[in-house]
Ligand binder design. Structure first.
Ligand code: COA
Length: 331
């Protein structure tokens, strides 16, 4: 099978993590939990929490500035900003526009993509299509999440899992270098939307005192069901993306999976036939940063020299929607 030629390449990535580290022991002082419970079930040891006043747009702009600096791209050169988030700063306007203002990308158009933890891969796909159609030269894909603002701090089964952070990538229309997005496979299944959601507070059931009292505007999750679906869907997405790329597990230099839970990561790696030394893990330090997990992982892996010229990187993600997807990148 002829290997597909990338239409879009990644010029650079960047990340921004708030300074404040909150460990499992810190949480155990505030609620009925323990480091042992959290670590053994999830692999998480700590997460970052953004302070009041540091919003999703600030996190996103922080990551984007680093990516643009590395890519040597000026704000005025960006044609489109795709901002992926489950934690928009406002219901209106899009956080992408607020981020655009912070960055000074005055020649771009900007919009949000909401696909929860799969957001970055969805955003990359959207930007790829836009650039490949010849509508622009440079795209900024940002994944920014202030999960601490939407989790229920009284629900120990979910609040210990998440953290704040942002990652970004600068994309350019490919010029025949062979680097870039080689293949992708995206899916969703809205029939399972109730497994992981914020049940109320949107247009279907606008915010009210009752909703606030019952905390139904915050994240609700059926952990076990989500777990099962995550493993199945991520495994399937890896298969499809690799097949489309004309590659096998043996060709993959690094798997950068969504960082929800070390047990989900290990099960995905096992299914994909990849040893753990070819899997990037930072869930221990940051917890689940939703859409930001994959780009932060890509950026750290690159910085640590785990990705080099010619590397094949498989990324895979899963989240509320349900949404899932995988992408094969050549560096
Ligand atoms: N600390 C201590 N005990 C806790 C706890 C916490 N933070 N959270 C839940 N528990 C308790 C529960 O109350 C329950 O107690 P009970 O048996 O007395 O009722 C017990 O621990 C077992 O809970 P359970 O939910 O069955 O545990 P689990 O083995 O399924 O693990 C998750 C829970 C959340 C770690 C696991 O389901 C999971 O990782 N799911 C996927 C979540 C995810 O990653 N979602 C995002 C996808 S993008």
């Amino acid at each position: 099978m002829k290997k597909p030629e990338p239409l879009v390449e990644i010029l650079a990535t960047g990340r921004y993590l708030p300074d404040q580290v909150v460990t499992n022991d810190d949480l155990a002082q505030r609620m009925e939990t323990s480091d042992e419970w959290i670590r053994t079930r999830t692999g998480i040891r700590a997460r970052r929490i953004a302070p009041d006043g540091v919003n999703t747009a600030h996190l996103g702009a922080g990551a984007a500035r680093k990516a643009m600096e590395k890519a040597d791209v000026e704000p005025g050169e960006v044609d489109v900003i795709v901002l992926c988030t489950s934690t928009p700063d406002h219901w209106m306007p899009a956080t992408a526009c607020e981020t655009q203002a912070l960055l000074g990308c005055t020649n771009a158009w900007a919009f949000d993509v909401m696909a929860a933890c799969s957001g970055f891969l969805y955003g990359m796909s959207v930007a790829e299509g836009y650039l490949a159609a010849g509508r622009g030269e440079i795209a900024l894909v940002i994944a920014a999440e202030k999960m601490s603002s939407i989790i229920n701090w009284n629900d120990r089964s979910t609040c210990v899992l998440f953290g704040d952070g942002a990652g970004a990538a600068v994309l350019r229309r490919a010029n025949g270098s062979g680097r870039g997005i080689v293949a992708s496979h995206m899916r969703s299944d809205g029939r399972l939307s109730n497994l992981l959601c914020r049940p109320a507070g949107g247009a279907a059931e606008p915010i009210s005192q009752g909703i606030l009292e019952q905390a139904r505007h915050l994240v609700h999750m059926e952990g076990r069901e989500v777990f099962k679906n995550a493993v199945r869907s991520m495994a399937e997405a890896c298969d499809f993306a690799l097949q489309q790329a004309g590659l096998t597990a043996g060709d993959v230099d690094l798997l950068v999976p969504h960082q929800a839970n070390i047990r989900i990561i290990e099960a995905t790696a096992k299914y994909a036939n990849l040893p753990m030394d070819k899997v990037f893990v930072n869930v221990d330090r940051y917890g689940n940063m939703s859409s930001a997990s994959v780009p932060v992982g890509l950026d750290e892996a690159d910085e640590q020299g785990r990705i080099g010229a010619g590397s094949h990187v498989l990324t895979v993600a899963f989240g509320a929607g349900l949404t899932w997807g995988a992408m094969v990148l050549r560096y």
